[in-house]
Design a protein around this ligand. Sequence first.
Ligand code: FA5
Length: 351
Amino acid sequence: MSESFEQLNKYQVDSLHETSEAATPEALDAVHLKYLGRKEGLLTQLLQTLPSLPPDQRKELGRKANEAKRALESALAEKKQSLESARLTKTLSETAEDLTLPGTPLVRGGLHPLTKVEEDIVAVFQRLGFNVAEGPEVETDDNNFTALNHPPDHPARDSHDTFYLKSHKDAAGAPLLLRTHTSPVQIRYMKTHKPPLYIVAPGRVFRHEAVDATHSFVFHQVEGLAVDEGISLADLKGALTLFAREMFGGSAEVRFRPSYFPFVEPGIEVDISCAFCSGKGCRVCKNTGWVEMLGAGLVHPNVLRGVGLDPGKFSGYAFGIGVERVAMFKYGVDDMRLFYENDVRFLRQFR
Ligand code: FA5
């Protein structure tokens, strides 16, 4: 037998042996390259010598070499499949999940308690048919004070320590300010809508005040305004009693005390019977049985006239609820600052 036939036999035996010994798909690729590589492959090169052989040997060697090539190709393919499935089985067994173990709990976010209380307050009035209105946090002096019956130099302006934006002025040249209450939304709404008006306006307000357990320099209010024919204090009391019962429980009562706000007449402060002691007296209500919750009153005729409404025909009530105050009372929290620190251990309790 010629040298080429011996070589072919050797390649055949060696290549099949190396294939069966290969332990990884990469090692198999190396065997493929060694014998069947396009240029350097040993079998490939052997086949390239065919034309130089005598014709009788050429045919025989060609047939055998092609057989050897096919046999090697199918051995490689078979081995490749078995290596890949072994690798897959290994990976799966190493990373297998124990489906009987309890899952990792998903950390669920939640609304901030102040957002929740604000939404709850608004929802009570929406159920009574009130619409939701909004106004900007940067306001004109006119909407925040003058149109609310605080003429310039009126002493009541001093009760709101105001943040002025000195470099930003309104059309009349007065500096803009950060609204000190949500009451300017009343003005904006009355200027753009005709009675009957029933709105609540939630939002942030700003006062240059020292921070303590019951005061912040940024806090939240929900303004209420109803303007219609024949509105009286009895309507205000009815709406606020319903609000108190929805927020704090079925037996809550409201109490009116005279107070002063330039944009209402009469002005009243509204107390709600203490939900913690049912009015008997406790630490939360400082043993009075009542907790002060909001300011309110009947819309002052000057305010109605200022927005073009006839006080002889229309009357209205307005109120401004402190959201932090309601949240503190509802959840028995005795320091407002806890709501702003955003310690998740505190916030988690309200989910
Ligand atoms: C007003 O702001 C009036 N605009 C309310 C009003 C509206 C009266 C409509 C009449 C008609 P007052 O300054 O009292 O009023 O604030 C209302 C509520 O906001 C207070 O009852 C209190 O709950 C809350 N509040 C006031 N100051 C602070 C503060 N510094 N930090 C947190 N809450 C405050």
